[in-house]
Design a binder for this molecule. Structure first.
Ligand SMILES: C[S@@+](CC[C@H](N)C(=O)[O-])C[C@H]1O[C@@H](n2cnc3c(N)ncnc32)[C@H](O)[C@@H]1O
Length: 435
């Protein structure tokens, strides 16, 4: 096939490179490594909002087409910004996306909700006129939202502009779904017009960057965002299959999936990595503006698999997960940093709970596809994907295959020993029950 090439990387390893759509019947056997080059990062609604560790759409698209049929039910228990769900919908599969983070559920919902083109364009026009009419005196100080370190994160002019835009969206005479779409557009520019570094998953101000945010930047960026996102949303709405259901339930957790047994035909996910991205902190500014958080993010952080919010009473003693390779690494970490050792243990324990839940809600023979990489904890290589396989087998999954997806950013530069640049795709199959 013309979009497939065999390449050898700097370490002499052979890798299959695939540009764009991945052929459904691509041969993939244990240990194979692929370099997928995405062409569709912002296809239709996929690019509406940034999200850390987001799937490139071709991956869930391929897995969904390969392992399910039209009208099947697909689950993503760590749905993030809903990439799996958008792809399920476009492939005419029903789907559910679970995420503990209300901001993620909000973006995902907007990404799968079609809008009436005429209403959308009219609302865009109203907002454009509102921007042209803007004067700082239209906003009063008491209208500004209150959140921690607000005046450090944002310049005064920007605070006024963002408040004005929020008010104008709120005042639109349109269905809520359209207002929500514009709220996501507004949210998408917040990091850029804040004083925080644009290119860091953590929300931090780096004095050295001398980031310059000028008056009118929020207004201009908002209009620019609309000029890109309205056509994308219009195109999505035209491609939308109306007889397919997509849900993002509010009261669930990847470790507590309240669906009946055997409900789903396939599950596809990329769980968090231990000790990697602090999701609530990444989009804290966006959450403050959209009203999903007022002050402390601790309660939400604690719900996150991979959380670093753990209490001292838990790591007085060493914990074991029962996978010798993992326990050895955690014992080494415990020597230097008992807290980190506990964070790692809790991660695997939470992932075990998730695997048990997904096993329960999958039909017999259904697959759970988990895309997960490695990371380093206190200098120790922590091979999440390797430890998850015996845990999954213990629960009743068969390891059908596992293969690697190279992460292009680090493709050449990182020395072999240091490499954390391969995501592993584990294809777990629920064993048929006998008797
Ligand atoms: C790697 S991201 C998923 C990104 C997603 N594949 C996408 O394309 O946007 C992992 C997600 O897991 C969520 N998460 C963490 N702990 C969770 C839990 N206990 N239950 C459900 N979701 C959780 C985080 O909020 C985050 O959105």
């Amino acid at each position: 096939m013309e979009n497939i090439t065999k390449i050898v990387n700097d370490f002499g390893e052979s890798i299959v490179r695939i540009d764009g759509n991945i052929p459904i019947d691509l041969p993939a056997k244990n240990g194979d490594r692929f370099l997928f080059i995405s062409h569709d990062q912002s296809f239709l609604t996929h690019g509406l909002h940034k999200y850390p560790a987001k799937f490139f759409p071709e991956l869930p698209r391929w897995l969904i087409k390969r392992y399910s049929r039209e009208n099947d039910w697909i689950l993503d228990p760590f749905a993030g910004s809903g990439t799996t769900n958008v792809e399920a919908l476009l492939s005419r599969r029903n789907s559910v996306g679970i995420d503990v983070d209300p901001f993620s559920r909000f973006i995902s919902k907007v990404k799968v909700t079609p809008l009436v083109e005429k209403e959308l364009k009219l609302a865009q026009k109203v907002l454009l006129e509102a921007v042209l009419e803007y004067r700082p005196s239209l906003v009063t100080e008491s209208d500004l939202p209150d959140f921690p370190y607000r005046d450090n994160w944002f310049n005064k002019e920007i605070l006024l502009e963002l408040t004005y835009l929020k008010q104008r969206i709120h005042a639109l005479d349109t269905p809520d779904a359209i207002k929500d779409f514009f709220k996501v557009c507004l949210s998408s520019i917040i990091r850029a017009v804040s004083n925080a570094d644009d290119n860091c998953t953590r929300t931090v101000i780096r004095k050295k960057l001398n980031k310059l945010v000028r008056p009118s930047d929020a207004l201009n960026r908002f209009l620019k965002a609309l000029s890109v996102k309205v056509p994308k949303m219009t195109a999505f709405s035209q491609n939308y299959p109306s007889d397919i259901t997509t849900d993002f339930p509010e009261d669930m957790d990847a470790r507590n999936i309240k669906y009946e047994a055997n409900y789903f035909d396939l599950a596809v996910t990329s769980p968090p990595y231990v000790n990697a991205v602090d999701y609530p902190r990444t989009h804290q500014l966006e959450m403050y503006w959209l009203g999903f958080a007022q002050d402390s993010l601790t309660a939400l952080k604690k719900q996150n698999v991979g959380t670093e919010s753990v209490s001292a009473s838990h790591y007085k003693v060493r914990h074991e997960i029962g996978v010798p390779e993992a326990d050895k690494v955690m014992a080494n970490i415990f020597e230097i940093d008992p807290r980190r050792a506990y964070i790692a243990f809790k991660y695997l324990d939470d992932m075990r709970k998730n695997l048990i839940e997904v096993y329960k809600v999958l039909r017999d023979g259904g697959r759970y596809i988990v895309v997960v990489g490695n990371n380093r904890i206190r200098g120790q290589l922590f091979e999440n994907w390797k430890y998850l396989m015996p845990i999954a087998e213990d629960i009743g999954f068969e390891i059908e295959t596992y293969f690697g997806s190279e992460i292009i950013k680090h493709f050449i530069k990182v020395p072999r020993g240091e490499r954390i640049n391969t995501d592993w795709i584990l294809v777990l199959k629920k064993r048929q029950k006998h008797g």
